[in-house]
Design a protein around this ligand. Structure first.
Ligand SMILES: NC(=O)c1ccc[n+]([C@@H]2O[C@H](COP(=O)([O-])OP(=O)(O)OC[C@H]3O[C@@H](n4cnc5c(N)ncnc54)[C@H](OP(=O)(O)O)[C@@H]3O)[C@@H](O)[C@H]2O)c1
Length: 333
C-alpha cells in the first residue's frame, strides 16, 4: 500500500509517498481502507516539530521523538471502509463505512490504517460522504472538547443562555465550533477576515466581526466564553469583554498564556483555560449525530489526491485555509 512517510522534522518536502507493507489486524484491531483523511494544523505542527512553548514542547518532543518522528506516518481523522477485523472484534464488520480518529497512534495518511476496537471510530451516518465525514473530525473534536468539556457551554445555555465569541471562526476548528455552539443554543459571534464573513454567517453565527476592520476585544458586548483558536486574546485585554464569570478558552497557548491559565485557576472570577484536545468516542458519536441531522455542515478548503500530499501540507502551512484540507485516497467518490 502507499503511505505518506516522513523520517525527519521539516517542511512539506520531508513527506513523500512510499510503498510499504499493508498492515494486518491483530486481535482486537480493525483494518480500514482509508477513502479520505484530513491534513490538519496538528499534522503540520508535528511535521515541523512546532510544539509551542517549552512547557509543552519538551514533553511533546520526548513523546513524539527527540531527533526525529517516532511515528513515521501522520494523520488522525479519516473515513473509510472496514477491510478486515482481528480476532475478538464484535462491533465492526467487513464493509462497514466508518469515520473517526486513530488518535495519537496516527497513520491515517495511508491507503490502509489500523485502529483498536473501542477507539474513537463510528459508522458514517446514512447519506454522508467520506470526505464530509473525515473533514469534521479534527475541528469537531477540538470544538466539543473546549466548548462542552472546558467551557461547560451546555450548562451555561441551560442556565438561561450564553454568549460565545469564536476567534478564528472560518478555520478547521472555528468553523466546527461556530456550528456546535449554535447547536447547543448559544448566541454566537464569529471573528474572521473580510473574505470569510459570509461563510461564517452561513454557518449560523448571529454576528461576525471582521478583525481586519474592527478590534474585536474593544466592543461593548459581554461574552460568557471566548474560544480563541488563534492565540489572539491576551487575557488582560479579553477580560474587558468577558462577563463577571466569563472564560477565555485558549487553544493556542503561549508562555504568557500558560502563566495566565495557572494564575487564574486560583485568583479572580474570570478565567483563562487551556488544554489539549484528545479524541474520545463520545465526541465522535456527537459529530456523527450532528452530521446525520444536518446540524454540522462540512467546511472543506480543498480536496487533493493522495499524491498531492506535499501540496496539502503547503496549503496548511500557508495559513488562512477555510475549514479542512482533505486527501482523497480512493478516486471516483
Ligand atoms: N489545543 C488544542 O488541543 C488544539 C487542537 C486543535 C487545534 N489547535 C490549534 O488551533 C489553531 C487553529 O487551528 P485551525 O486548524 O482551525 O487553523 P486554520 O484552519 O488555519 O484557521 C485559522 C483561523 O484563524 C483566523 N485568523 C488568522 N489570523 C487571525 C487574527 N489575527 N485574528 C483573528 N483570527 C485570525 C483565520 O481567519 P482568516 O482566514 O479569515 O484570516 C482562520 O479562521 C492552530 O494553531 C492549532 O494548532 C489546538
Amino acid at each position: 500500500m502507499k503511505s505518506a512517510v516522513y523520517r525527519k522534522y521539516g517542511p512539506p518536502s520531508v513527506v513523500s509517498l512510499e510503498e510499504v507493507e499493508t498492515p494486518k489486524p491483530s486481535a482486537g484491531e480493525v483494518l480500514v481502507k482509508v477513502h479520505s483523511s484530513s491534513v490538519t494544523t496538528g499534522d503540520a505542527r508535528m511535521r515541523r516539530a512546532d510544539f509551542g512553548p517549552a512547557l509543552i514542547a519538551i514533553p511533546a518532543r520526548l513523546f513524539l521523538g527527540v531527533f526525529g518522528p517516532r511515528k513515521r506516518v501522520l494523520g488522525t481523522g479519516f473515513a473509510g471502509v472496514i477491510q478486515a477485523v482481528g480476532d475478538g472484534v464484535e462491533g465492526f464488520t467487513v464493509g462497514d463505512r466508518v469515520f473517526g480518529s486513530v488518535g495519537m497512534e496516527m497513520g491515517a495518511h495511508a491507503e490502509y490504517a489500523v485502529f483498536m476496537e473501542g477507539a474513537s471510530v463510528v459508522r458514517i451516518p446514512h447519506g454522508v460522504g467520506f470526505e464530509d465525514a473525515a473533514s469534521a473530525v479534527f475541528g469537531g473534536i477540538t470544538g466539543i472538547f473546549f466548548l462542552r468539556e472546558q467551557g461547560k457551554l451546555d450548562e451555561l445555555v441551560s442556565q438561561g443562555g450564553a454568549r460565545v465569541m469564536i476567534v478564528g471562526a472560518s478555520g478547521g476548528v472555528g468553523s466546527m465550533a461556530v456550528q456546535y455552539a449554535k447547536h447547543l443554543g448559544a448566541h454566537v459571534t464569529g471573528v474572521c477576515s473580510t473574505r470569510n464573513v459570509e461563510l461564517v454567517e452561513s454557518l449560523g453565527a448571529d454576528s461576525v466581526i471582521d478583525y481586519t476592520r474592527t478590534d474585536f476585544l474593544e466592543g461593548d458586548e459581554r461574552y460568557d466564553l471566548i474560544f480563541d483558536t488563534v492565540g489572539k486574546c491576551p487575557f488582560g485585554r479579553a477580560r474587558r469583554i468577558l462577563t463577571q464569570h466569563g472564560r477565555v478558552l485558549e487553544a493556542e497557548l503561549s508562555t504568557g498564556s500558560i502563566g495566565r491559565v495557572l494564575w487564574s485557576k486560583v485568583f479572580g472570577r474570570q478565567k483563562m483555560i487551556g488544554g489539549v484536545a484528545f479524541d474520545r468516542l463520545d465526541y465522535v458519536e456527537t459529530i456523527a449525530e450532528l452530521l446525520g441531522s444536518g446540524a454540522f455542515v462540512p467546511v472543506i478548503d480543498r480536496v487533493l489526491g493522495f499524491e498531492q500530499i506535499q501540496e496539502a501540507h503547503e496549503r496548511v502551512d500557508q495559513g488562512g485555509k477555510v475549514g479542512s484540507v482533505m486527501l482523497r485516497m480512493v478516486s471516483g467518490e
